[in-house]
Design a protein. Structure first.
Length: 267
């Protein structure tokens, strides 16, 4: 079992996630050490240098993406050497069905102490079964800035109620500036609305269980009288890695054996 994370909150979001398939909490309710708050500040500053998301046709979304491996029994989080991202077209009609290659987080960002502790905190609030705690877990980290300008709203991908394909996704607001709109929606599997909430302050969060609910964030528009606004988010998702079957030369099935492989279950 993991040691207690250095970020905490009461009551735990895990309780709501288990009961209703989603949870919401306020960033102000998180207990974070002064050291991690300094690391958080550095992470917030990094959004100012993000590259353009080349898959965004309106050219007003900026993004970095990295993948980590989490070993829960060691309380260990380490970057993986891949950063490709693929979604089924049924999950994402806008950008699904293709391999997307985003610029990864810089080495400094990947090593950021707050980010690593947030990964551990988030994982501790999933509702994975006990056996997953002794399994390597693939962790996706997306850092996204959506910009709104006059006549050009900031739109998420896909711009509809959807599922992501990973068992759990934590949507952390990092900053919103000079914007209106951008409410987060959660609906059940019959598309009936469950909650509509606007994440307003740093680390306000929605977490969803992909099997249980759909989710969406509405477009953002620049506030009246302002030239430009932006919304920065940190998305952290978790997928247990799957076993791999090794086969003997010539297809001798009697010689098969199963080993743990460092590939996520959805690949």
């Amino acid at each position: 079992m993991m040691h207690g994370p250095k970020i905490s909150i009461e009551p735990r979001p895990r309780n709501d996630l288990e009961r209703q398939g989603y949870a919401c909490f306020k960033g102000r309710d998180l207990a974070i050490s002064p050291l991690l708050k300094r690391e958080l500040s550095l992470l917030l500053d990094s959004y100012e240098t993000f590259p353009l998301d080349q898959y965004c046709k309106s050219a007003n979304r900026y993004r970095r993406h990295s993948r980590y491996v989490l070993l829960p029994w060691l309380n260990l989080v380490e970057p993986r050497p891949i950063s490709q991202y693929t979604q089924d077209r049924q999950l994402n009609p806008t950008d699904g069905g293709v391999i997307r290659n985003f610029e990864r987080l810089t080495k400094e960002m990947e090593a950021n102490g707050f980010l690593r502790e947030m990964i551990l905190f988030d994982f501790s609030n999933t509702t994975f079964t006990e056996d997953i705690w002794s399994t390597p877990v693939d962790v996706g980290v997306h850092m996204i800035r959506v910009v709104a300008r006059s006549g050009l709203p900031g739109v998420s991908s896909p711009n509809m109620l959807h599922k992501d394909g990973e068992p759990f996704t934590f949507i952390h607001l990092m900053r919103r500036h000079r914007l209106v709109g951008g409410a987060s929606l959660v609906a059940d599997n019959d598309m009936r609305p469950l909650v509509r909430i606007t994440l307003a302050d740093c680390l306000d969060t929605v977490v969803v269980s992909d099997n249980d609910v759909f989710h969406h964030v509405e477009p953002v528009e620049v506030a009246p009288g302002e030239p430009e606004g932006h919304r920065d988010v940190l998305l952290i998702d978790f997928t247990p890695m799957s076993p791999m079957t090794l086969r003997a030369p010539g297809g001798n099935r009697t010689a098969q054996r199963r080993v743990k492989a460092a590939e996520p279950a959805y690949s």
